[in-house]
Write a protein that binds this ligand. Sequence first.
Ligand code: PGA
Length: 257
Amino acid sequence: MHTRRPIIIANWKLNGGLDLLCTSVASFIGKHHEAEIVVCPPYIYIREMLNFLRHSEVFIGSQNVSKFESGAYTGETSAQMLKEAGCEFCLIGHSERRSMFRENNASCQIKVARALANKLTPVLCIGENEEQRDNQVTKDVLTRQLEESLEGIELTGDDICIAYEPVWAIGTGNAASPEIAQEVHQFIRQELTCLYGAETAQKIRLLYGGSVNKNNAKDLLSQQDIDGLLVGGASLDPDHFLAICQQATIQAEAQLV
Ligand code: PGA
């Protein structure tokens, strides 16, 4: 049985300005947290955020990465550039990117490979939409997302995170219940066991995302297969974000005893 270090990732999306983002993480400066904490600012703020957080243990992630390495791809940012800029993580295949920017499992697969090749930890986002949930095809959707996005990718387990984000829960205030989230996370770990074997699957951290806030974080994090949370809206609020991270720290400390 592996212990997986709890992880909280803030997805700040297209929100700013820099002052607001700094305020939401100011309380982390000079503090030790047993849980891993990552913030994903808009690209343009990565450097400033790294500087602002230099006396903290908070990591920086990107919200996306190009599937291209270099060349004539206007507006793109490569995995190598993100690594050079100081990122340690990158979100891949967030549902907003899938629905609004035509990303699909095939593009996610290339991005995961690029991230791994550049020693960025990919946070692969998967999840069903409302219609798929109502048609009871959630498991089929997730299996396909995992198989296609990870096709041909070799993993050790501690080199990737998978975020389960049901699309119907994102930004709606309607989070999945801890029990339903646990059931789905358990299923995802089973699928990863089929793909990579039990030892690797036990090491992969699975995050839940979708309307996480300071009130539901504890119950979600206490589920056996939920190792972390991907937080959108509530990560912009210093009070909520700190409380969510504190819950993860309590969870991490409980693992140490
Ligand atoms: P939310 O967003 O917490 O605002 O629902 C989560 C996400 O999109 O990652």
